[in-house]
Design a protein around this ligand. Structure first.
Ligand code: SAM
Length: 228
C-alpha cells in the first residue's frame, strides 16, 4: 500500500511511524509513506496557505486553490490515483470496520488540516471521505493521520508477526478482548483467574468468550446493540 500525506508539518511525522510494527512494515515494503508540504504549492511570494473566512468568523481557513494544487501534484506522483481522505472532526468516526475497508485499497491520500480547517469546496469536490478520530477537536490533522496509518498498517497481511493475533483483538466480531495476565501468577496477593492456570483448553476458551461478552456488555454496550 502507498500512503501520501498532505500536511503543513511533514516534520511531525517522525517518531511513531519509525518504530516497531510500522517500521518493519515500511522496511519490508508492505507500506510506503510519503509526506508532502502543502506550502510548497502556494503561489505568492509569502507562500500563503490560509485566508480569512468569507462572512466573518474567527480563525483562518486553508485555501482551496493551494490544497487543490497540492492534491493534483500528489496524485500525479504515482500511476494509480489515491483514495482521498480529509481528517476532520466532522467526518465519520474511524472504527475497526472502516480501517479494514481502507486496508484493502492500494493507495490512500490523507489530508491533514490546520487552523479552522479547509475551504468547504475542497472537501466537497476533491475529497472522497472525511474521517474523524473522535468527538473532540485537535489542533491539526497530523495526529489523526498517524492514527489512521498505524491502524491500517496493522491490518496489512504480514504486518503483525503472529498472523492469528489480529483476529483476537478487540472489535473483531464486535466484542472487546478478554483480560490478559502474565507471570508472576501471584503478586501482592493479586492472583490470576484459576482457570488460566488449569491447562484445560476447552475451559479456557469458554472463559475467554464469557469475558469478552461480559466486558463488552459492561464497558461498551453500544457495540452489542450495533451487532444486533
Ligand atoms: N473548525 C473545525 C471544526 O470546528 O470542525 C476544527 C478545525 S481543527 C482546529 C484543525 C484541523 O485539525 C482539522 O482541519 C482537522 O484536519 C484536524 N482535526 C481536529 N480534530 C480532529 C478529529 N477529531 N479527527 C480528525 N481530524 C481532526
Amino acid at each position: 500500500m502507498r500512503v501520501d500525506v498532505l500536511t503543513l508539518f511533514p516534520e511531525a511525522f517522525t517518531g511513531p511511524l519509525d518504530v516497531s510494527i510500522i517500521k518493519r512494515a515500511r522496511e519490508s515494503g508492505l507500506i510506503d509513506l510519503f509526506f508532502h508540504d502543502i506550502r510548497e504549492h502556494a503561489s505568492d511570494r509569502h507562500r500563503t496557505v490560509d485566508d480569512q473566512p468569507f462572512g466573518g468568523g474567527h480563525g483562518m481557513v486553508m485555501k482551496v486553490d493551494v490544497l487543490d494544487a497540492a492534491l493534483q501534484a500528489t496524485q500525479s506522483a504515482a500511476e494509480q490515483p489515491g483514495y482521498v481522505i480529509y481528517l476532520s472532526p466532522q467526518g465519520e468516526l474511524l472504527n475497526d470496520a472502516l480501517v479494514r475497508e481502507l486496508a484493502v485499497l492500494p493507495r490512500l491520500v490523507l489530508v491533514a488540516g490546520r487552523y479552522e480547517g479547509v475551504d468547504e469546496r475542497f472537501a466537497e469536490h476533491c475529497v472522497d471521505r472525511e474521517i474523524s478520530v473522535g468527538d473532540y477537536v485537535l489542533t491539526g490533522g497530523e495526529l489523526p493521520a498517524m492514527v489512521l496509518i498505524e491502524a491500517v498498517a496493522r491490518q496489512l497481511p504480514g504486518a503483525l508477526g503472529d498472523a492469528s493475533s489480529p483476529l483476537e483483538e478487540s472489535f473483531v466480531d464486535g466484542l472487546l478482548e478478554y483480560p490478559q495476565y502474565t507471570r508472576p501468577a501471584e503478586y501482592r496477593g493479586w492472583s490470576v483467574p484459576e482457570v488460566l492456570l488449569s491447562g484445560n483448553h476447552a475451559e479456557i476458551e469458554k472463559w475467554k468468550q464469557l469475558q469478552r461478552l461480559s466486558r463488552t456488555r459492561q464497558r461498551r454496550p453500544d457495540l452489542l446493540e450495533e451487532g444486533g
